[in-house]
Design a protein around this ligand. Structure first.
Ligand code: PNS
Length: 177
C-alpha cells in the first residue's frame, strides 16, 4: 500500500484542492488529506467542519481525512506515508514550498518525498484566503468551490457578519450601536 499525505488548512476546500486530491488518488493507493490545526487562528470553519466538507467534496474509498497538529513528518510516520503531495500554482508557491520540502526530507532522513503537482490552470489563481475575502465582501464564490462548500461558505460568512445569505439584515445588525 503506497500512501500519500496531502496537508493543508483547507479553510475551505476549493476546486483546486479537489483537483489535486483527485489526481493524487490516481498515483497512490490511498491519499490522507491532513488538516493542520492551528489553535492560534480562528478559521472560517472548525477543523471538524473542514473535514466534513472535504469528505463531501472528495468521496471515494481511497481518500481519507484526518486532522493533525505537530510535525507533518510525524504524521507521515504514523500513517506510514511515503510522500507529501502539494499543488503548486507558480513561482511563489515553489519559493514557499521548497524549503519546507527540503526540511521535511531532512527531518524524515529521506523517508518522506514531497511530490508537487502543477495546479490545473483553471484553478491557478484560486486560494482559500482569496475565496474567504471575496465571500466576506459579497462576491460570487460558486465558481471556485464545490457546490455544497460554496453554500456553506456563504452561510458562514453571513452568520459572522450578522446578516442572512440573501442580503437581508440579520438580528445582530439591528439596534445595538
Ligand atoms: O499553507 P497551509 O495550507 O496553511 O499549510 C498548512 C500546513 C498544515 C500544511 C502547514 O501548517 C504545515 O506544514 N504544518 C506542519 C508543520 C511542520 O511540520 N513544520 C516543519 C517542517 S516544514
Amino acid at each position: 500500500m503506497r500512501r500519500a499525505v496531502c496537508p493543508g488548512s483547507f479553510d475551505p476546500v476549493t476546486n483546486g484542492h479537489v483537483d489535486i486530491v483527485t489526481r493524487a488518488a490516481r498515483l497512490f493507493d490511498e491519499v490522507v488529506v491532513a488538516i493542520g490545526i492551528n489553535p492560534a487562528k480562528q478559521g472560517l470553519f472548525t477543523p471538524d467542519e473542514r473535514a466534513e466538507l472535504i469528505r463531501l467534496a472528495c468521496p471515494g474509498p481511497s481518500v481519507r481525512v484526518v486532522t493533525f497538529s505537530g510535525l507533518l513528518v510525524d504524521l507521515c510516520r504514523r500513517e506510514a506515508a511515503v510522500a507529501v503531495i502539494k499543488g503548486v500554482r507558480g513561482e511563489t508557491d515553489v519559493a514557499h514550498e521548497l524549503p519546507m520540502a527540503q526540511m521535511n526530507a531532512s527531518l524524515s532522513a529521506g523517508g518522506v518525498e514531497t511530490v508537487w503537482l502543477p495546479t490545473d490552470p483553471r484553478w491557478g489563481f484560486v486560494s482559500s484566503s482569496l475565496v474567504r475575502e471575496i465571500a466576506a465582501l459579497g462576491g460570487d464564490v460558486s465558481g471556485y468551490l464545490p457546490a455544497e462548500v460554496a453554500l456553506r461558505t456563504v452561510a458562514r460568512v453571513a452568520e459572522r457578519s450578522g446578516s442572512t445569505p440573501g442580503g437581508q439584515p440579520g438580528i445582530t445588525d439591528r439596534g445595538t450601536p
